[in-house]
Design a protein around this ligand. Structure first.
Ligand SMILES: *Cc1c(COP(=O)(O)O)cnc(C)c1O
Length: 439
């Protein structure tokens, strides 16, 4: 391919076999054993919606990315606008500490986030990763109640089937059964769990939610949920009506409401933020993943003036959190460029186009043996099986079809970059079906 947009990197001197041996010996991978038991694919570069492999695997040298690198690469890879933002900022400064110093990229990003998120979110804490943003959100809420003289309000309420990250507090509100953190159930702070939300609005489930909030109000600091789409906890969708129920119950009983929009933010569900689908605002909101268009690690915790002022009235009037790389200028500059790129185009139309393509392309999966459910919302397509997927077989089938997918549990799913063309999207859907047949 003489016109390939992929450029070779600096030569490491490692051949593919050597690289895999060193990887296996020294490098942890997500949710993996040590040493590793399966060989990851070696990616040499990425451009547009394609990952270029170091060598052909099952006859494929390039794979269409059906995962957006876990929800993040919404504009695809090696995007000229994001590259330019990164280069420009790199030449000014990659990082400076945020204690006692500030800079335009972080101020611009925070201001932009306040502008585009629902009212009355007004203050922004920029941190390193989604899990940390959830830690910060929880700390804000617990500290708020401490500051206003209600220190007993320390627990969290959520519903089953959620995922909020892998550090300690987030783990305590992940799905307690069958999830990735079951091992820790006896060690983590004990939170209050409602049943997983049904897909359609169900009045008796709503009544249970109201009742749980009311009954535990004295010990509850906050309710924390992923609005409308539960991601890594099971790729389930639910009625936005439940978010209105939670908002009303929290207001009535004096409990704060946290929306974890780390996966749903920046258009993935068809709304810029899933909170908009319900027409309600949280007191605290977490953003991450697509925040920098998948370029750099950064997340944000937004809160209302009520929460911020409450904290500032306390005996300890500061929020004692300050990661080394807080407000990182490089990530902030790319995040600003990614948001401008998104909002500067008819992104709603693009997500609708992907939604229609996923519905059409995944319809075939409904008739396949072992399929329990096929569901599509925005640029998210999910095939749920009636059995645990054979990950190795399913992944191989997708790779043979020229697509990168990462099935888990009983799920084969895709959330492609918004720039995926119709032909590539059809190919992603065919690969999902191939993975379902194989898995
Ligand atoms: C991925 C995710 C997180 C954790 O973010 P990390 O950047 O992986 O720490 C938290 N909440 C939700 C909803 C997520 O999808």
């Amino acid at each position: 391919m003489p016109d390939s947009p992929h450029r070779p990197g600096p030569h490491s001197g490692y051949g593919p076999g050597e690289l895999l041996a060193l990887d296996r010996a020294h490098v942890w991978h997500p949710y993996g054993p040590m040493p590793g038991r399966t060989d990851p694919l070696i990616v040499e570069s990425a451009s547009g919606v394609r990952l270029r492999l170091a060598e052909p695997v099952h006859g494929q040298r390039e794979l269409i990315d059906g995962m957006s690198s876990w929800w993040s690469a919404i504009h695809g890879y090696n995007h000229p606008v994001l590259n330019e933002a990164a280069h420009g900022q790199l030449e000014r400064m990659s990082h400076v500490m945020f204690g006692g110093l500030t800079h335009e990229p972080a101020v611009r990003l925070a201001t932009r986030l306040v502008e585009i998120t629902p009212e009355p979110l007004r203050h922004v804490f920029l941190c390193d990763s989604g899990s940390v943003s959830v830690e910060v959100a929880v700390k804000m809420c617990l500290q708020y109640w401490r500051s206003v003289g209600r220190p007993a309000k320390q627990r969290l309420l959520t519903w089953r089937g959620g995922y909020h990250g892998d550090t300690w507090q987030p783990m305590s509100v992940c799905d307690p059964e069958g999830g990735m953190h079951e091992l820790w159930s006896g060690v983590l702070p004990r939170q209050i769990f409602a049943e997983a939300p049904p897909a359609e609005f169900d009045e008796s489930y709503a009544a249970d939610l109201r009742d749980l909030v009311a009954r535990h109000a004295d010990e509850l600091a906050a309710v924390i949920v992923e609005p409308v789409v539960q991601g890594a906890g099971g790729m389930r969708f639910h009625s936005p009506g439940y978010l209105r129920v939670l908002r009303a119950a929290c207001d009535e009983h004096g409990v704060l409401l946290i929306f974890d929009e780390i996966a749903t933010g920046f258009g993935r569900t068809g709304a810029l933020f899933a909170a908009e689908l319900a027409g309600v605002s949280p007191d605290v909101m977490c953003l991450g993943k697509a925040l920098t268009g998948g370029y750099l690690t950064m997340a944000a915790t937004l809160c209302t003036s009520r929460v911020a002022e409450g904290i500032s009235l306390g005996e300890v009037p500061v929020l004692a959190h300050g990661p080394t790389f807080m407000g990182n200028p490089l990530a902030s500059a790319v995040a600003c460029a990614s948001i401008d790129l998104l909002l500067g185009q008819d992104w709603q139309q693009e997500v609708k186009r992907l939604e229609a393509g996923l519905r059409e392309g995944l319809a075939e999966a409904e008739g396949l043996p072992g399929v329990k459910d096929v569901r599509v919302l925005g640029a998210i397509g999910v095939v749920q099986l009636d059995h645990e997927v054979d990950m190795a077989a399913a992944t191989e089938a997708a790779v043979r079809a020229g697509v990168w997918l990462r099935p888990f549990r009983d799920l084969v799913y895709t959330m492609p970059p918004y720039v995926t063309g119709d032909g590539d999207l059809a190919r992603v859907c065919r690969a999902v079906c191939a993975a379902v047949r194989a898995g």
